[in-house]
Ligand binder design. Structure first.
Ligand code: HEM
Ligand code: HEM
Length: 238
């Protein structure tokens, strides 16, 4: 006897039973890989210079970070909906009102970065880009250190860049601490788990939420390949 057909899962974006929550993909693979690769490379860059005193690994990790950042900046214009700057950089006043509701317990209905987090993401990307740019022009005549692009600016700017590179690293440590504090605050104050979606890509959201548009992984791979090539040309051919 034929079994009764099971009803198909209700389509997203159409009116559903109020309160019904369904898992939805909010982060694409490229953004998640970008994030965790960035964390791993920053750790490598820090450990290699501070504990292993290995400048070669330090610079390689830094150059890989530059390729990742270039990829992420382009992905911010052509990537999946939640990765786009136009999606998460809105009116800065909304960021302030968002922060004012920080202690209010409410269900997590956010698709992508929230109004405050979006601006923080932009700041993090620009600060890291500045750190890498400074690193590329460092020179230290006493210890015969010359980063790949120092010949474009000379020894004086190289010495200046070395100081700023060290100073900005303290800024980066503070920035990372704030980033982790913000994530912990969402967990404690609002009971929002932001980490799991950054790992799995999925979040449980009200069924009526429209699915964000995702762009193919092949497009991301092509952009990453061009970014890596551009960095290679920059550090070996310029
Ligand atoms: C080296 C340290 C870290 C740096 C530089 C960093 C940087 C970033 C950046 C740039 C983004 C934006 C992602 C994008 O849109 O492309 C982001 C988002 C995020 N990061 Fe990190 N991250 C770090 C460590 C961590 C760690 C250890 C965790 C987990 C405990 C974490 C959890 C998250 C989460 C959950 C988001 C998404 C936040 C949201 O929902 O808006 N991050 N991070
Ligand atoms: C976001 C990525 C980077 C981070 C977090 C970072 C961090 C650091 C830190 C903490 C130091 C030690 C500063 C000190 O105590 O004097 C350092 C030194 C240095 N970094 Fe970076 N750096 C990054 C990227 C780069 C890049 C891309 C290059 C060049 C390709 C570079 C080249 C150097 C050089 C030449 C030194 C000086 C070493 C010395 O004087 O002994 N860094 N960096």
């Amino acid at each position: 006897m034929a079994s009764r057909p099971t009803p198909a899962a209700p389509p997203r974006g159409v009116p559903q039973k109020p309160g019904l929550m369904l898992p939805m993909r909010v982060w694409d693979v490229p953004v998640r890989l970008f994030h965790w690769a960035l964390v791993a490379l920053l750790l490598t860059s820090w450990i290699s210079i501070e504990f292993a005193n290995n400048l070669r690994i330090h610079m390689l990790a830094g150059e890989a970070i530059l390729a990742l950042l270039l990829f992420r900046l382009v992905w911010g214009f052509v990537g999946s909906e939640t990765s786009r700057f136009s999606h998460f950089l809105g009116n800065p006043f909304h960021a302030v009102t968002h922060l004012m509701h920080m202690t209010k317990k409410e269900p997590d209905t956010q698709v992508g970065h929230n109004a405050a987090g979006g601006w923080m993401v932009l700041v993090m990307l620009l600060v890291l880009l500045s750190q890498v740019s400074l690193g590329l022009i460092i020179a230290d005549e006493e210890s015969f250190i010359e980063a790949p692009l120092n010949h474009l600016v000379g020894a004086d700017w190289g010495a200046w860049a070395k100081k700023q590179h060290r100073l900005l690293f303290t800024g980066i440590q503070i920035m990372i601490a704030l980033h982790l504090l913000a994530i912990a605050s969402y967990a404690v104050l609002k009971r929002h788990d932001l980490v799991r979606p950054m790992v799995t890509g999925k979040k449980r959201l009200p069924a009526a939420t429209p699915q964000p548009r995702m762009v193919s992984l092949y497009v991301a791979l092509a952009i990453l390949a061009v970014a890596a090539l551009a960095v290679w040309v920059l550090v070996t051919r310029v």
